[in-house]
Write a protein that binds this ligand. Structure first.
Ligand SMILES: *Cc1c(COP(=O)(O)O)cnc(C)c1O
Length: 382
């Protein structure tokens, strides 16, 4: 099946009892046994932390969309990342290489909770293939990529980095929150694991917090399910169902969001008050060619710098359609100020070095009418 068909059909789990087209919400903590299961028989359902039929339906869809052996759904994207890190084995004295401008919460998790137990995180510009190769040669447990990075939207060469990670004996983990399997399937480019904040594009409606991890191999999938059960940051049945519903429209939503994002980026590039626009979908953007080669789209996140930082607050509160809010990926357009919101926990000197400045704004472009979005930006910038 092609991508647009798969997102709809992979999410259909008609109920064998009633024929209901929409997967039932199994709002139950426990399940009645009809016989004494043989020792070690884990088929069937027993307790909803371990497995729940609505969550299983979702996990099957997620595995199918990424072409993975198994997927696990978690209560948030960070819970999914935490589970994946636990999967790596003993972490003390080991190194993890990470994209230097990742999601702010990823930095918080790594620096505040994994560094104290001995996992040393090295942040580097992963769009610089040579730099990553040199770091990998010094030894690493895994390489964690965000593509494109956030909020600077730089693009790593995943094929080259997958080969380098393999040579170095490191696992490749891709946080594919921004592109989703509709536009990019990391496992087909050599990744071992894919993680998602499903709060964003996969859910798509800013109405739930959820995460997922997809494993290339069954062996890793079994171990991830063990972490999921042992630690217990699972996605509940109701949210699993909401996510299943959101997933069915992923292709149409993201295609439209991407079309709007391109229009918004082109508009901003012509704006005199805007000094720089970052959108890998624009020809001439540093990541454009690389993403065109690897993915089937560019996503719908646009970052831009305004000439005068004094104007930032007026822009944030002056938009009428773009909502001034954190997060991204939903059908509603949002405007974010990374320095004070998503990346506030990063050390100021480090932010400055990266270019996450008090002039930088980030847009998550939704599915509204493009002319309305442009008029809104025009009046707010004026
Ligand atoms: C939001 C986000 C996360 C964290 O996900 P939550 O669902 O908020 O826990 C991780 N990675 C990226 C790229 C994100 O945008």
């Amino acid at each position: 099946m092609r991508r647009e068909t798969l997102v709809v059909r992979a999410g259909l789990h008609s109920d064998p009892v009633t024929g209901a087209v929409s997967a039932p919400i199994h709002q139950s903590a426990t399940f009645v046994h009809t016989r004494l299961p043989p020792p070690g028989d884990n088929s069937g359902y027993a307790y909803s932390r371990t497995s729940n039929p609505t969550r299983t339906a979702l996990e099957k869809s997620l595995a199918a969309l990424d072409g993975g052996a198994r997927a696990c759904a978690f209560s948030s994207g960070l819970a999914a990342l935490d589970a994946v890190l636990r999967l790596l084995g003993p972490l003390a004295g080991k190194r993890l290489i990470v994209t230097e401008d990742p999601y702010g919460g990823t930095v918080r998790l790594l620096d505040k909770f994994f560094r104290p137990i001995g996992l040393d995180t090295v942040y580097i510009d992963t769009s610089d293939t040579g730099a990553v190769e040199r770091e990998l040669e010094r030894g690493a447990l895994a390489l964690l990529l965000e593509i494109p990075s956030n909020p600077l939207l730089r693009v790593a060469d995943v094929d080259a980095l997958a080969a380098a990670a393999k040579r170095a004996g490191a696992l490749l983990i891709v946080d594919n929150t921004f592109l989703t399997p509709h536009l990019f399937r990391p496992l087909e480019h050599g990744a071992d694991l894919v993680v998602y904040s499903a709060t964003k594009y996969l859910g798509g409606h800013n109405d739930l917090v959820a995460g997922a991890a997809v494993c290339r191999t069954e062996e890793m999938g079994t171990r991830l399910a063990l972490v999921q059960n042992a630690v217990g940051a699972v996605l509940g049945p109701m949210d699993s169902w909401l996510l299943l519903r959101g997933l069915k429209t992923l292709a149409v939503r993201l295609d439209r969001q991407q079309e709007n994002a391109r229009g918004v980026a082109e508009f901003l590039r012509r704006c005199p008050r805007v000094s720089r626009v970052r959108y890998p979908g624009l020809p001439g953007d540093p990541g454009h060619e690389r993403l065109r080669r690897q993915a089937s789209g560019f996503g719908a996140m646009v970052s831009f710098e305004v000439e005068d930082p004094e104007r930032v607050e007026a822009i944030l509160t002056g938009t009428k359609i773009f909502s001034f809010a954190e997060s991204l990926g939903g059908v509603e357009s949002l405007i974010t100020f990374p320095v004070r919101q998503t990346h506030a926990d990063i050390e100021p000197a480090e932010r400055e070095r990266l270019g996450i400045t008090d002039r930088l704004l980030r847009l998550s472009v939704g599915i509204e009418n493009l002319e309305d979005l442009l008029e809104d930006l025009e009046q707010a910038l004026a």
